[in-house]
Design a binder for this molecule. Sequence first.
Ligand SMILES: Nc1nc2[nH]cnc2c(=O)[nH]1
Length: 347
Amino acid sequence: MKKFTLLIFNIIMFSIGNCGGPLISRFYFIHGGQRIWLSSWLQTIACPLILIPLSISYFHRRKIESPATAKILSITRREILGSTGVGIIAGLDGYFISWGPAKLPVSTSSLINATQLAFTALFAVLLVKQKLTVYSKLSVFLLIAGAATLALRGNGDRPTGVSVKEYVIGFVMTVMGAVCFGLMLSLIELIYIKAKNAISYTMVLEIQLIIGVSATVFCTIGMIINSDFQAIPKEASEYEIGEAKYYLVLVWCAIIWQLALLGLVGVIFYSSSLLSGIIGAFLLPVTEILAIVLFHEKFQVEKGVAIFLALCGFVSYFYGEIEQSKKEKRDNFMNDRLNYIVLHQND
Ligand SMILES: Nc1nc2[nH]cnc2c(=O)[nH]1
């Protein structure tokens, strides 16, 4: 029951963050925000929030074990190093995907972002040596075809004030973000596979914290080079909806993006990456509708086709995953039977 409650709690966090993250980032840009590095930094700066569940877990462990043996960090040095590397990719991902809300309608950038599932599948083949089933191959094709439909349409939904060149950069950068995110998820899975001890939720949070800290350091360097910190007071004073609301948008941006990441790792831990993908698929049309209602974005036929192709891609991917896990269960069952027969044949 406790596990189920925690799963629901994480699904809620993931849903708020998944839909709300791109929307609030777009809100920042629509009303006069211009800083791409600041927007990337906001995606991970709230990572110290992870210290709340981590401290609860630590004090709980101190109660169960003796205070002297309860370690502050459960993960090994190798896992810290791996997580730091993934964090740098996460920082780069944050930079790439910030170009989406800056230059594209949310309904377009969310559809491009959906290709991350295709890249996750491709990196899983390269890094985790997972085999692509015919269904996952089909889903890779459908997801990329969905994004290609948007690309071929040209820039029919280009927001006013955005040049064709900026629109194209926004499009390409969002695709690069999807590649980075796919790589990140496969590398995190690799860290779990290579871990010597069974992975606990505390370890997952520790990995998440290190990823968040190194991504934030990466984006802080970007902000310093781009003089973003000096630009914040001026941007705030000129913000269309007022200075106080500017800072409020930044704070909510940081919280909502952190909810997305915390919720994602929670759903994967308490259930599976399959469920996180299914929820993500369900949330894609929700984000599209919210973008149209809140920002009055255009909805052309091409977007309808792209959503349809993306949803078919999702279904094909999930069907393949379910078939694959059924096959693995059958194979394990047969192996267990064979081992049993070999062990007991002389009885
Ligand atoms: N590229 C990408 N980066 C993210 N960071 C948090 N969520 C996402 C996502 O859905 N896509």
